[in-house]
Design a protein around this ligand. Sequence first.
Ligand code: SF4
Length: 515
Amino acid sequence: MDFAGNSKKSGRSARNKKQFNRVGHNLQFYKIPPTGEISLQEFEEYAIDRLKVLKAVEVAGIRLMKGSPEYIQKLQDELRKTSLGHDLIRTDKKEDKDFRQKDLVSHFILRLAYCRSEELRRWFMQQELDLFRFRFLREGPDSRDEFLRENSLNYEPISDDLKTELDGELRAAAGSKSGVVDTIEYFKVPFTEVFDLVSKRKVYLQDGYAYVSRDDMISIVITHYRSHLSHSLAVTTRALPHLEEDGRLLPMLCGLSKRYLGQDFNAKKSNVGEITADMIETLSKKSFPLCMQQLHQSLRQNHHLRHGGRQQYGLFLKGIGVSLEEAMRFWRTEFCKAMDVDKFDKQYSYNIRHNYGKEGKRTNYTPYSCMKIITTNPPGPGDFHGCPFKHMEVDMLAQKLRGQHISKDNVEKISKCVKTGHYQIACAQYFEATHNIRNPEDSASININHPNGYFLDSYKLLNGPKEGTKPVPNTPKVIKVKVEGTGTPSSQTNKQSDLNDMDDDDLIASMETDM
Ligand code: SF4
């Protein structure tokens, strides 16, 4: 892939491959786009590696207070699970050119993928800024100074005389850290560069200037980075139409923001053993996430589910270990309470066999991830698929939760998360509430990315690991939780992602039975 976009691709020699522009520091503002060539496969690998890093940053930032020791520890643990993240927190990477180039290139690829809408841009900016802050604070004082010099952020410390003059004000602003005022340098900067410090009343202000301690310089750096990144994303958006000329890149870039990076929960890998049709009712009450409970209850009440519901629920059941024979028995028993067996066999059994790869293209379809359920195919009237935390009215959701005897405090906590758009966090809080998890350490380790992951975690918590199964590394004290970005090779992930998307013929065939 030519990042410069102006070279004669066919004539470029193999020697030039990967000759990217030199990066002089571990940290970057990513001002100069990379020029060089990488293969499409590397392009995708870099994108997924960085996406895993940003997801790790998101996971740590949503559940814990940014900057707190718990947050730093959690972020380090999460980053260590990803290949790029592992390199990011390595302390021996001085002058590691490969790492720096991968950092640069992967940032620019995701910039292309995440510039397409306001929502995506906001998410990308937030994670990149948090990642930058974390990395900047890990650098030593000399490295930070070098970075500031390289980026022309040359602020002069105020003189000793001025510092003595402002001693009382600086100590008052430093609060509990007033003891270090004598030993630390202060910088005079326009207050517009440190809005966050001003809003937290952490700086002394005089005549439009803020007096910022060296420890708080990160605020200035972040302000510059935010403004640069915001501008760059807007510029990239305008350049996006040119990419449409390359039919290979755009679909991949568009799919990145919806991509699930964790385990695929294929039925073959389910390690809770076979689940029979008779067990589903009990399990739905104990271990199903709310989305699947809703589908199950609706099926029980109406003896029918429309296509979207059958797909979401059918693949979930397959993923928890329901065999094709048991699935057929389950659906037939329920549907045939409202129709005769002939009609069921003619109109619905094809769809069930299709999900198990026995019809059409014979593809072994994988269960839907939370991201897919939340972002695609919203439910219409008469539909029961989707994610209740995303698609249900907040008042209705609260009423449903109260009906399940969830405490008032927990209902409020969940509703608050839903209102701020953190649907998976709301689901994690629902998991905590319904599994009586109170230990903050265990709470912090719950991340819901997949309905089948929810089921597996719940099943293991309630029943203990199945005999003969090996414990999974990094298992928290009480439960094992999957976190996005754990150990799925990119090529495999891509394949799984593709498998989730039916081709038109298959889709039309199954839609024909939708009533
Ligand atoms: Fe289901 Fe995921 Fe929504 Fe939870 S967050 S209800 S598991 S789609």
